[in-house]
Design a protein. Sequence first.
Length: 293
Amino acid sequence: MITVHGTHRLAVRRLGEGGVPLLLIHGFPCTSRIWSRNLAPLAEAGFDVVAPDLRGYGDSDFAPDGFYDFNAFNTDLTGLFDVLGWERAVVAAHDLGAMIAIDMANRHGDRVDRLVILDDSMPDLGEDFTAAGIPPGRPKPAVYDYQRRQGRHADELVAELDTPERRRRYVAEFYGHRMWCPPDAFDETDLAYLTEPYGDAARLRASFADYEVVMGTRELSAPEMIDRPVPHRTLVLIGEDQVTVGDHIEEKCALAFPEAVGPFWVKGAGHFMPWERPETVNRAIKSFCGDLL
């Protein structure tokens, strides 16, 4: 555990102390455990690899102020930088973590060396996309019903999931049944390990808070900074085998990440690339950051 801002504790996995600073940010419904297959190889390559549990997730403290928005997450993470003695870091992230990383790059640009985005997350540049002639995306498929329930009826949903087994089974669905990745990407041992923290009802409830932010049912600590292009060098990798990928990614990426390398499409990978294709992720990060090592 590392304490930031005097009292708030973040659970952190760390290997390679003294190397090139590399922050790994997990998304939903993950914890830092999703990076288990990346920590050692990247540390061996010369990185100081730090994978924290976000506030409310895994073993980290719950939000002391009740906020679970991008600014709140990044207040913790830049505080972690200060404790570690990092001026800036390479930031690799996916899902919610990718949006946190985008916000960090725009909010605390001097703390970010470069980004690695492991899905199709990108700044929301609606007017710029329209002006560039990029048509709107297709309607979201039915597998997105969880967004409405988690964002608008979180307490009722947690009440329905009234045993550790039911809570873990609900989370396990995101690793396959909702088609976020190929059906054979995770075996029962994987799921037992990755979903274990969500057996706790309070942890599951905290993970819904970001969806409340999206749905406008939870207050922000500060406006989000995801409405502008990211000026940092950015590597974008996207797993092909998932229904969550949006439309016109290449065109949008060119506007959202002017210094982008990619997007590169990874066949046979879904939404959870750090676990599904760790060798690809590790090689890509080492190559993208080779001048720093």
